[in-house]
Design a protein around this ligand. Sequence first.
Ligand SMILES: Nc1ncnc2c1ncn2[C@@H]1O[C@H](COP(=O)(O)OP(=O)(O)OP(=O)(O)O)[C@@H](O)[C@H]1O
Length: 311
Amino acid sequence: MGITVSNISKSYKGVKALQDISFEVKPNELFGLIGPDGAGKTTLFRILTTLLIADKGQASVAGFDVLKDFKDIRKHVGYMPGRFSLYQDLTVEENLEFFATIFGTTIEENYDLIKDIYVQIEPFKDRRAGKLSGGMKQKLALSCALIHKPKVLFLDEPTTGVDPVSRKEFWDMLKRLQQKNITILVSTPYMDEAALCDRIALIQDGQILQIDTPEAIVKQYPKTIYNVSANNMYQLINSLKDYQYQHSVYPFGEFVHYTDVRNDFKINDLKMYLEAEKLLNIKIEKTQATIEDSFMELAKYPNRTCKLSKT
Ligand SMILES: Nc1ncnc2c1ncn2[C@@H]1O[C@H](COP(=O)(O)OP(=O)(O)OP(=O)(O)O)[C@@H](O)[C@H]1O
């Protein structure tokens, strides 16, 4: 009871939002769509939840075709859209009751499934949804998306605008839901969340750059990455970008991630160059690739999967 997407394309007046997308989500899998704003994630969610019709291609969800069986899909999927979708003027409890009613069920009937999540907002059950914090809104939206016991759950950027503690709690909840036989497709622009999925698709400009487990994607990263730091971050980035042997340069927290085009790269050569650029306190150390590094590399060369030899 997973998801199958075959050659789906969708354009809006000349904007190619999705370009020949194909992938499968296995039953019970926690699958992540990882990509920046405008990559096409919401368009894909809307097609899979039958709210939008693709220009080309086929897709099925929980064994149902998105066109022919749209009514079945609506019964069997839960969808938490990116932007807050609840009724701001209804209370927490009224929102949940409303969603239960439209799916012909009651809060009591499926309480077990949402219990873990709902207990955290139950003390505020008489508060209007519009007056909840970001983390609480997100828990209520998830409870509403689950109240009819869906087979497949679609979560579009569920942690955007949510504090780090609530983000962590949210992902713990997803892991628990997965154990209750729910297939989950979740999108996020946060690369660190990608590592929490079973498999991910990296998506940009409506195209899939790579699909694999997070571990495999990182493993295929083709270069050796160096953490570089110095007294002046802005000048460091500019100097590294001007260096004739640079392959990639971008800020990564307190460091700059640097890769070099040469196979015989020596840390000392780069250090000498940066010293000549008048930078101080220069530190250069090898580091491990992350999903973000893989994404940046693939986004730079979208038609190439990471197959260069390691330098
Ligand atoms: N109704 C629309 N009319 C015209 N262009 C649209 C429409 N909806 C989306 N787009 C464009 O299609 C592309 C994909 O948008 P989509 O919302 O699917 O991406 P996304 O990855 O979900 O990003 P975001 O998080 O910003 O919503 C973007 O270039 C967007 O501007």
